[in-house]
Write a protein that binds this ligand. Structure first.
Ligand code: SF4
Length: 451
């Protein structure tokens, strides 16, 4: 349908003049973004030309050779400094494909079928210790336990919201780093239960989106493939106790997955391995804030893994303020990359749009968004913002979100409003870690204080 703006009659009609008092953090009248953060955590400087040297760089020249399905990954980082049970520098078997496990086993003088037993035990039977692998001889189990690990994650904190069937877990890695994952339960129209794991790909995040709790933390390191896989295995074990299983995975937790591409893709390979965990590629979605070279690389993988793009604004000025990465990869680069992904995969792309009161929720912004996405096979997810302490935003009122959706749909853009499930349990990315760390700090200051 041609974009023919019918005059909408509901919702916030048009963006107010820049700098008007009703807006939080809107671009200033000289066109320069006025970020609302107060100087803590990461800043967009990490993407202003000279990127933080610790942050993995991704250049177009790094593109892998694409092929149908999942492309080979040359080398896998599987070493871990796990302290238990395998001791220092234990090898994390959860970061290996079956083939890599076979190479590892043969290198240690074990027959290949032992690798298959280990693989099945880890990813099918979901063993979390070698003691559970009873088909292996006892001495071999002891030997493996001294060299390798099946679990590196320790639960540091967990909160549940029974009505929304949501569990949020804070994991401590073996180096003390904390990351969050969420398990969300649904019942689809056919009455089938679905269980989606939202996992983290980095400790913190370097991108500093100005509405995000994780963005306030800055970036510490990338997660390994094993650390990502184990977030899923943890929930898979929990679900199995109730005869259920993980049906979907989204990489939408802490971090930008496309700044940790190789490890993320390795974790996808492991989780989709039919001889192991066996989740279908179409049940996995990678989310990006728009790391364009990695999006093009991902398109070349031509896999059935889904792509979600965190957009949050229909124009460069506002998007650069909300998502500082936009200064490096503006919409003029991002949108063509989206077209390229759709052309290569024939898959619909999802756009995430967090609704911020009087910032990006005006009807004329919905019209601009519809124009921007015209011609793309896509879907827009409107996300009511979860309040984050220390950030100067407010969630858009429900009727404003409804009017925004109606406007997009008038322009034939399929749009849904995301369930605000789990808002009672600090569901916004990064909040559980922040709250837990503050409690720890308070207890150190005053040891009489408990949880
Ligand atoms: S929204 Fe995502 S990309 Fe942006 S700072 Fe938060 S975790 Fe990073």
């Amino acid at each position: 349908m041609p974009l023919d703006p019918d005059a909408p009659t509901t919702g916030r009609q048009s963006t107010p003049p820049q700098g008007s008092s009703g807006n939080i953090g809107m671009p200033t009248s000289d066109g320069v973004s006025a970020p609302p953060w107060t100087g803590t955590g990461s800043s967009p400087a990490a993407y202003e030309g000279e990127q933080d040297a610790r942050v993995p760089r991704l250049d177009a020249g790094q593109h892998a050779t694409g092929s149908a399905g999942v492309s080979p990954v040359p080398r896998v980082v599987t070493k871990s400094s796990a302290t238990a049970p395998g001791g220092p520098a234990a090898v994390a078997l959860t970061g290996m494909t079956l083939h890599e496990l076979q190479v590892w086993a043969v290198d240690r003088g074990l027959p290949r079928y032992r690798a298959a037993q280990l693989h099945r035990g880890t990813f099918r039977r979901l063993a979390k210790s070698f003691a559970e692998l009873t088909e292996l001889p006892g001495p071999l189990r002891d030997e493996l336990a001294a060299q390798a690990s099946l679990t590196q994650l320790v639960v540091e904190n967990e909160v549940q919201d029974a009505p929304s069937r949501t569990t949020k877990t804070l994991f401590r890695m073996d180096d003390g780093a904390l990351v969050e994952s969420v398990l969300m339960g649904y019942q689809d129209a056919g009455g089938h239960r679905r269980h989606t794991v939202c996992l983290s790909s980095q400790v913190g995040c370097p991108l500093g989106c100005t509405f995000c709790a994780t963005g306030l933390m800055g970036w510490a390191r990338n997660l390994t493939a094993a650390e990502m896989v184990e977030q899923v295995l943890y929930f898979a074990r929990r679900l199995r106790e109730h005869g259920q299983h993980v049906t979907n995975i989204v990489y939408m937790g802490m971090g930008e997955p496309f700044l940790n591409y190789d490890a993320v893709w390795q974790s996808v390979r492991i989780l989709t391995d039919e001889s192991g965990f066996g989740l279908g590629s179409r049940h996995i979605t990678l989310s990006t804030s728009g790391v364009v070279p990695a999006m093009l690389r991902f398109a070349e993988e031509r896999s059935q893994v889904g792509l979600a793009v965190s957009l949050h604004a229909p124009d460069d000025d506002l998007r650069s303020m909300l998502v500082p990465l936009n200064r490096r990869y503006p919409l003029a680069d991002l949108i063509p990359a989206c077209h390229q992904y759709v052309a290569a995969t024939h898959r619909r792309i999802s756009f995430e749009y967090t609704m911020l009161d009087e910032v990006n929720d005006y009807v004329d912004q919905a019209v601009a968004l519809a124009r921007l996405l015209h011609g793309l096979i896509c879907h827009v997810n409107l996300i009511p913002w979860n309040h984050v302490e220390d950030l100067p935003y407010r969630p858009s009122p429900p009727e404003v979100i409804g009017a925004f959706r109606d406007t997009l749909e008038r322009y034939s853009i399929p749009t849904t409003i995301r369930d605000t499930r789990g808002s009672r349990i600090t569901a916004a990315c990064g909040q559980l870690r922040t709250i837990t760390e503050r409690r720890h700090a308070a207890r150190e200051t005053d040891p009489r204080r408990g949880h």
